[in-house]
Design a protein around this ligand. Structure first.
Ligand code: 5GP
Length: 147
């Protein structure tokens, strides 16, 4: 008999959850993390911002890997996908929904696109504030090759 796989859902109430740029919290209470994306969110360095709402900011990647390459970043602080609590799936859902809405608004939703989240070293993550890559504008090759 094949044992059914066990599914373990791990909630992480201790995960770092720090609102970005929320004026109700002082620096002393919640010191702001300092990735390049936080600097962009705080408008300390320039970026080509294409979308923003209360939860998500999106800007063009500085080193695009496709004709369209936009990063969707939550306004909540999680270093990696591993750190998002199971109790808050909307953190990720909002990124995907914002990316799809932007694709539709730009008119390439029917042609198609790819969304990717890299996690930690093997995933190729280089900026440790979670983000969703949106790649589009041309037929994309297969993904998942090793370095
Ligand atoms: P990761 O490798 O962590 O999945 O993706 C990080 C992305 O951030 C990379 O595609 C990289 O090109 C992009 N990036 C790094 N620094 C900057 C920056 O200063 N501005 C912008 N717009 N993108 C950046």
């Amino acid at each position: 008999m094949i044992a059914s796989p066990r599914v373990i859902i791990v909630d992480r109430p201790d995960a770092a959850i720090v609102p970005i740029g929320t004026p109700t919290h002082s620096q002393e209470e919640f010191p702001m993390p300092d990735t390049i994306f936080h600097k962009i969110m705080r408008r300390e360095i320039p970026a080509d911002i294409v979308f923003e709402d209360d939860h998500v900011i999106a800007f063009r990647d500085i080193a695009p890997q496709a004709p369209v390459h936009v990063l969707f970043v939550p306004k909540r602080d999680f270093a990696t996908l591993n750190d998002v609590p199971a109790s808050e799936p909307e953190i990720i859902g909002r990124l995907a929904v914002a990316a799809a809405a932007w694709a539709k608004a730009q008119g390439f939703d029917e042609d198609g696109y790819r969304v990717v989240m890299n996690c930690n070293g093997d995933g190729g993550q280089t900026v440790f504030q979670i983000h969703l890559h949106l790649l589009a504008g041309a037929p994309l090759g297969r993904f998942g090759t090793t370095a």
